[in-house]
Design a binder for this molecule. Structure first.
Ligand SMILES: NC(=O)c1ccc[n+]([C@@H]2O[C@H](COP(=O)([O-])OP(=O)(O)OC[C@H]3O[C@@H](n4cnc5c(N)ncnc54)[C@H](OP(=O)(O)O)[C@@H]3O)[C@@H](O)[C@H]2O)c1
Length: 252
C-alpha cells in the first residue's frame, strides 16, 4: 500500500494538539469515568468490562487487518508493530477488560475512546507497515534496544499496578482503598507511570513521529489523572502515606 504521508502528519499534529487541548480543557476536572465521574441522570452507562472490551478492540484489530492485507510490509516495522503495540492492546482487550472490577462507563466516553483507538491503530499500523524503512542495522541500534527495554519494563509496571488495583476490591464491591505494593509505594499513579514509560519506549524503539505523538497524548491524558487521583487519596484518607508522590517517584 502507498504511504499516505500527509495524512500521517495531520493525524500526528492532531493527536498532539488533542493531548494539549485535553490538559487545558480538563485543568479543573477529569474526564467523566471512574472516581471522577459526575453522573447526569441522562447518561447511558455500559458495564465496565464490555466498555473496555469494545473501546480497546479497534487498536488491536485495525493494525492486524493492515498486517494481513499488506502485500510487502516492512518486516522490521511489522515485527515492532506486533511485538509492542499489538501485544499491549491484546492484553488490554482480552485480559484487562475482562477482569476489571471498575464502575460502569458512560456510553459517550466509550464511544470517544473507541474512535481514538481506531484512528491510533490505523496511524501506528499504517506508518510502521507502509511508511518507514528501517536499516538492516536498526536492531543493533541503542535506540531500538533501549526503547524495547523501556517498553517492556513499562508494560510490566502497568500490568502489575492494574493487578494491585483490581485486587483491592472483592467482586461486586465499589469502594476505594489505599493501594500498596510495587510502585504504589512511591506514586499514586503507578499504572499510569508504567503506561507512559511504555509509550515513550515504543517511540524510541520505532524512532517515529506517530509513536511520539501517541506518547505525548498519553502523557497529557493520564499524567493529570494521576495528579487528581493523588489529590483524591490525600483528601479521603488521613493516613495516606506522606512520602508518596503523584506520578514521578521522589519528585512530582
Ligand atoms: N494511553 C492512554 O492514553 C490511556 C488513557 C486511559 C487509560 N489508560 C490505561 O488504562 C488503564 C485503566 O485506566 P483508568 O484511568 O481506568 O485507571 P484507574 O482510574 O487507576 O482505575 C483502574 C481500575 O482500578 C480501580 N481502582 C483504581 N483505584 C482504586 C482504589 N484505590 N481502590 C479500588 N479500586 C481502584 C478502578 O475502579 P473505578 O473505575 O471504579 O474507579 C478501575 O477499575 C490503565 O492501565 C491506564 O494506564 C491509558
Amino acid at each position: 500500500m502507498h504511504c499516505y504521508g500527509d495524512l500521517v502528519n495531520y493525524l500526528c499534529c492532531g493527536m498532539i494538539l488533542a493531548g494539549l487541548g485535553h490538559i487545558v480543557h480538563h485543568r479543573k476536572t477529569q474526564p467523566s469515568y471512574g472516581r471522577h465521574m459526575e453522573l447526569s441522570l441522562a447518561a447511558r452507562m455500559i458495564p465496565a468490562r464490555l466498555a473496555w472490551f469494545i473501546q480497546e478492540m479497534p487498536a488491536l484489530l485495525v493494525p492486524l487487518l493492515l498486517t494481513l492485507t499488506s502485500h510487502k510490509p516492512s518486516s522490521m516495522g511489522k515485527y515492532l508493530l506486533l511485538g509492542t503495540f499489538c501485544i499491549h492492546y491484546f492484553q488490554r482487550t482480552f485480559i484487562y477488560s475482562l477482569l476489571t472490577r471498575g464502575k460502569p462507563f458512560p456510553l459517550s466516553v466509550m464511544v470517544s475512546a473507541g474512535l481514538f483507538c481506531t484512528v491510533n491503530g490505523f496511524l501506528q499500523g499504517h506508518y510502521l507497515l507502509h511508511c518507514v524503512h528501517f536499516d538492516d542495522e536498526w536492531s543493533a541500534d541503542y535506540r531500538f534496544k533501549t526503547g524495547l527495554l523501556l517498553f517492556y519494563i513499562g508494560m510490566a509496571i502497568n500490568i502489575h499496578s492494574d493487578y494491585i488495583l483490581r485486587n483491592l476490591r472483592k467482586p461486586g464491591e465499589v469502594v476505594y482503598k489505599i493501594p500498596t505494593g510495587g510502585l504504589f509505594e512511591y506514586v499514586s499513579g503507578a499504572n499510569y507511570l508504567g503506561e507512559i514509560v511504555e509509550w515513550f519506549g515504543y517511540a524510541l524503539a520505532t524512532w517515529s513521529l506517530p509513536a511520539l505523538s501517541f506518547a505525548v497524548f498519553s502523557l497529557c491524558f493520564i499524567g493529570p489523572r494521576a495528579y487528581y487521583h493523588h489529590r483524591f487519596y490525600k483528601e479521603k484518607f488521613n493516613d495516606y502515606p506522606k512520602f508518596r508522590k503523584a506520578l514521578i517517584p521522589f519528585i512530582l
